[in-house]
Design a protein around this ligand. Sequence first.
Ligand SMILES: N[C@@]1(C(=O)O)CN(C[C@@H]2CCCCN2)C[C@@H]1CCC[B-](O)(O)O
Ligand SMILES: [Mn+2]
Ligand SMILES: [Mn+2]
Length: 302
Amino acid sequence: HSVGIIGAPFSKGQPKDGVECAPNKLRAAGLLERLQQQGCAVKDYGNLTFENVALDEPVKGSKSVRTVGSANQRLSEAVKAVKRDGHTAVMLGGDHSLAIGSIHGHTAAVGPVSVVWVDAHADIHTPLSSNTGNIHGQPMSYLLYELQSKVPPLPNFSWMKPCLSSRDLVYIGLRDVDPEEHYIMKLLTVKAFSMTQVDQLGVARVMEETCDYLSKKPIHLSYDIDAIDPSVTPATGTPAVGGLTYREGIYITEYLCQTGLLSAVDMVEVNPLRGRTEDDVHSTVSTAVDLLLGCFGRRREG
Ligand SMILES: N[C@@]1(C(=O)O)CN(C[C@@H]2CCCCN2)C[C@@H]1CCC[B-](O)(O)O
Ligand SMILES: [Mn+2]
Ligand SMILES: [Mn+2]
């Protein structure tokens, strides 16, 4: 595997400080060395620098719109460049609003992709349906063709166009979905395996059905660490009980790795400041590292 790492120390898609520290925390935990030790070629493209747009007043309820738009434009260019260099792109967030730039840039480089969105949340609010105004709960609405009429033109977002069909999206791990999001998902018949289906089918069957459902397009795995149960990964901004076990989370990455279709991975919402103890932070960061290692060939059998 040839991996290109992009650090995206960005937090303005949500209100809690600390998520911008995750890229360096993941590096300090030995992510690159561990990838190299398991046989990957690794190129570190460093951390992006993002401008804080002054007087970034809310627009139609969405907060920090200009700053989020500018950050994602930069990220889109960076992901496109990593793909053009021939690597699997790994974007270290940062909050989940960064999926806008990551998926946009990935698509710009390789054409239409499939998205596997592993998350406790659907992140499919529109700016108008969101109850919080936090854009990390909205990225999917900026990306989906089918929601284009529901997203008003926003400042610093004119650089992008929707680039994803709802038919090419699968959710895994949902358990904290707002009514407005559920309505949108039903309307668009989005394929979703909530924690109920994980319980009913088991993670192996969920992965089989996910890959049977998706076409053979390159896969963009957008992994929100809060998909994993907070007993394992507590250091995150919006924890929700009843999540994936460590083993289920790893199995998802092992399964997608062996498809040979994995083309870009986001690892987002790790927030080292949200751990109550050092152990909380260590457990969260090391689980995120292990999930990424699973994407690139690490097998528990040895
Ligand atoms: N839908 C949300 C939004 O703010 O839009 C509301 N939710 C928090 C709220 C807590 C109380 C019970 C209902 N849910 C967080 C979610 C965004 C998660 C972003 B992610 O990147 O962490 O997935
Ligand atoms: Mn998310
Ligand atoms: Mn989430």
